[in-house]
Write a protein that binds this ligand. Structure first.
Ligand SMILES: C[S@@+](CC[C@H](N)C(=O)[O-])C[C@H]1O[C@@H](n2cnc3c(N)ncnc32)[C@H](O)[C@@H]1O
Length: 453
């Protein structure tokens, strides 16, 4: 009955994915892809499954809060199958205008019969029908405690809401919380070693893919209606790489030249490394390192698919200094492991997997990695430190500490490559901080540091 092969109903597929994510503490993107690949669902149904899975994960805090208001059984005692059926039902009722409430309830009851027993489907029916009859005020907590309200209503941990209100103010935080719950656009980077952006747009449009030129980067294309991207023939031919525009800016800030030596100390899966290779026109040498073998193999896959020959892969711990490379590199990139608070739209699991203390611990590693990365630079060389977070302690505060302790380095202005970048005045100070709610790209930090002695 619960055999994967028998699943062709999108709601049932979504249920299976949510169950697996909870049971195995699995990453949603990996689990979703794996299960979808075992179905023969049509693109529209695949998109619906994706919407359901991400919708539930993004809004889980509020959905579970609502369940706890209506159920006599505590959440922890509800079986994982039934809990996820309820979550799916409530998500459809509250967030998907196009689905009639009756369909959301009836489909959930059907799943209850299949994955529970008769009494369970009555329990599901009772809760969902009560919710559908309730006025909106009942479906949200009191606004008196604003942090509690925002945390539940927008489904973010309380510590994140508190932190952002302190750092950015209430209105900005509300904007950010809303944006984090929206679906991100898909952008790809043209592989300019093989094709121009214009020609690639032509090819994609002939496949009925709706495209738009990205406004941040000259190689960027936004794809509006693509699913199953890694099955796309042009992807397989290496004509593009999936990458957000803010991430593409990193190679532009690093600005490597042909025949230089570049070291990318935390390189997997190779989004930025392969972009650097493109900018070097496949000349010179890029040493791409990561600490995990399985992640190095992802760089290899991307490198080979894109037809790149100037990247060599090395397993190396960025927390240790490699004495052979001291003072050797023209460019060093440290795209550091971070809290990921800028990419919650893409990885909503981050909201539930990270705690405040994890973030504190990670800054110690980031600083150590930056100290080590700086040692590889030649005089005059450029070091770029970047993260996909909006947390100042992992961003500018790390760079500030590094500059205070290393007087032979200075932060240097970033040259804008587009109008959008020109509006960010902080680039004159040598860094760029992007926010999803302001810039409509992933939240990212990029800083440009030069060794001058
Ligand atoms: C933000 S990701 C890099 C993304 C990559 N630059 C890209 O654009 O595709 C950080 C990477 O650092 C790696 N990493 C974590 N700890 C490390 C360490 N001690 N030494 C080297 N790499 C490490 C992780 O495996 C991860 O692949």
């Amino acid at each position: 009955m619960k055999n994967q092969d028998s699943l062709e109903n999108p709601r049932e597929v979504a249920l299976k994915v949510l169950y697996k994510i909870d049971k195995n503490n699995a990453y949603s993107n990996i689990c979703l892809k794996k299960i979808l690949n075992h179905t023969s669902l049509k693109p529209l149904d695949r998109a619906f499954v994706t919407q359901l899975v991400y919708g539930v994960i993004k809004n889980k805090f509020r959905i579970d809060w609502i369940i706890s208001q209506f159920s006599n059984t505590p959440i922890k005692k509800i079986s994982p199958w039934v809990l996820n059926i309820l979550r799916l039902g409530i998500y459809q009722m509250l967030y998907l205008d196009k689905i009639p409430q009756s369909a959301a309830v009836n489909e959930s009851v059907k799943l209850g019969k299949k994955y529970g027993h008769k009494r369970i489907s009555g329990f599901i029916n009772g809760i969902l029908r009560s919710i559908s009859r309730s006025p909106q005020e009942i479906l949200q907590p009191d606004k008196k405690d604003i942090v509690h309200f925002l945390s539940i209503y927008y489904s973010h941990p309380k510590w994140m809401v508190e932190k952002w209100i302190k750092e950015y103010g209430k209105d900005f935080t509300i904007d950010l919380l809303k944006k984090n719950n929206e679906a991100p656009s898909i952008s790809v980077r043209t592989n300019t070693l093989k094709i121009s952006r214009e020609r690639l747009i032509d090819l994609l449009q002939k496949e009925d893919i709706v495209t738009k030129k990205g406004e941040w980067c000259p190689e960027a294309i936004i794809l509006e209606n693509i699913s199953n991207i890694d099955k796309n023939k042009y992807f397989k031919e290496g004509l593009f790489q999936v990458q957000d525009q803010s991430s593409m800016l990193v190679a532009h800030v690093l600005n490597p030249k042909e025949n230089q030596l570049v070291i990318d100390v935390c390189a997997a899966p190779g989004g930025k490394t392969t972009h650097i290779a493109q900018k070097m026109n496949n000349t010179g040498k890029i040493i791409a390192r990561d600490i995990y073998d399985h992640k190095l193999s992802l760089i290899k896959q991307n490198r080979d698919r894109l037809g790149i020959s100037n990247i060599i892969l090395e397993k190396y711990n960025a927390l240790e200094v490699d004495s052979d490379l001291i003072g050797q590199a023209d460019r060093v990139l440290l795209d550091a492991p971070c809290s990921g608070l800028g990419i919650i739209r893409r990885k909503p699991d981050l909201k539930w997997n990270k705690c405040f203390n994890d973030i504190k611990k990670i800054t110690i590693l980031q600083y150590k990695m930056l100290e080590n990365a700086g040692k590889y630079l030649k005089k005059g060389g450029i070091l770029v430190y970047s993260t996909c977070t909006i947390n100042p302690d992992e961003n500018f505060n790390i760079v500030k500490k590094f500059l205070n302790k290393n007087s032979n380095f200075k932060i240097v202005p970033i040259l804008p490559i587009c109008e959008k970048m020109e509006k960010h005045k902080e680039i004159e100070e040598g860094y760029l901080q992007l926010f999803p709610n302001i810039d409509f790209v992933d939240g990212f930090f990029i800083s440009k540091i030069q060794r001058f002695q």
